[in-house]
Write a protein that binds this ligand. Sequence first.
Ligand SMILES: O=P(O)(O)OC[C@H]1O[C@](O)(CO)[C@@H](O)[C@@H]1O
Length: 528
Amino acid sequence: MTTRPITLNNKTDQATLPRQQMGRGLPRYPANGALLEQAERLLALSPNRLCGDQAERQSLSFSFEDVELDMRGQRWDEQTLNALHKLAKSTRWRDELDRMIGGERINHSENRAVLHMALRHRESGLPFPEWATEAVDSSLVRMRHFAGAIQSGTYGNADGQPYTDLVLVGIGGSMLGPRLVYEALRPYWQPQLRLHFLENLDPAEFSDRVEVLNPHTTLVMVASKTFTTLETLKNAEALKRWMAAAGLDQEQLNRQFIALTAATGRAIEWGVAEEQVFPMWSWVGGRFSLWSTIGLPLMVALQPGTFEQLLEGAGLMDRHLLDADDQHNLPLHLALADLWNHNYLGAAGRAVVPYSHRLSLLKSYLQQLEMESNGKGVDEQGRSLPHHSAPLVLGGVGTPSQHAFFQLLHQGTHRIAVEILTIGAPESELGDHHAWLNANAQGQIEALMHGSAPSKEDAQSRVEGGQPVTHIRLNALTPSALGQLLALYEHKVFILACLWGINAFDQPGVELGKQLAKARIQPISFKP
Ligand SMILES: O=P(O)(O)OC[C@H]1O[C@](O)(CO)[C@@H](O)[C@@H]1O
């Protein structure tokens, strides 16, 4: 096969790369040859020709409940999609899904079941093992009771005063989900209780948090699946010292610390009273734990019923994952787009851009969900992967991101897939702001897809187009719609792991740095 030299500032020239250089090799699929031919064919088409036939491309949009995936901006067509469907089928991801729902220990490296979906089993009605659903139900009853008592003021501090503030202390999966949901659902906040977040070791964050808190009316929720995480334990200890310095005695302190953890013994040993420990389970992964007791601060700080609506939305998406056939399955299509873009079209990453101020934390949440789950270099058998796994996830909110990194998306040398989210109904009116917000999203989508008119422009101003774009529309940012969206991403991650042959549910790579930090900690002395 003869090739022209690679011209890095022309993304369509990737079509001329030798096959083995399109990405880092390819997954071990028998269908690779056919798919590479498709990739070459589509990359050679001008973006305008690719996007041309709107009628045909209508079939490249998928919707379910409050979520619509408009995937007409992807560099694919029905032929490609058919080939990708065949490939996905050959990986038997649905069999793995059945094993997951059945409670089999599909997280082989940790020998654990993976049952975060059972946390919303009432809403999906899927057949999880009874031992899991019973544990979930009794935990939810206890959480609801506790949240109600705090909200009504019947459960206050040791002196009977109602709490004014909650602090969630945690990091990673024990922080990112609750924080994203709290920020996203601001219209559902309880007016008399404010939720705060403390995650970083940096003392600057600690002092910012306590500055606005009253030590006597602050309830601390220490969220840690393992109850060994350095940042979380250090911050919890610092809060305890801060309260003790304000004069709280042991009884008062006991009342103001709650633990959300799978390591109940460790939490008690650390000093949380047994009746203040809310257990979670080894079969819920940290980054999938928002729906468990890790969500307790949300149940307390959001209006009654809001957390349940979030669960309901996620449960609807779980049911959809199982019931919808491949041709209409939203999580499957999101996964196929990632596979196609990163393994076949050579995209270096994916930019997630919600045109919603309330979703400004979505990028960080997805970075953990996707990169910690699927950022792996070996397959389930421990063999080195011959191909890329999770892409880099970058992003930020629209419109500010347009004035930050969009230049690179439009004219840079990397192919970057883009996911643009918009919300149909605005939360509040401010003249024509919402209309402008969505018009900007639409304008960017068109520019990314089609680029500028080929005719008169000089090379410097020409926008080439052809960046793969998915437009996700949510009807409104309700708790249910948010639950649907987050479960959609969870399922995409699961399907991709099946397609790539990796375990999405462990994270051994993050341990080394933790060990090295422990070996290096010494009192730091500053010379005057
Ligand atoms: O909930 P824990 O046990 O404190 O862990 C916090 C986070 O740390 C990690 O283990 C990564 O270091 C994540 O997977 C997890 O969500």
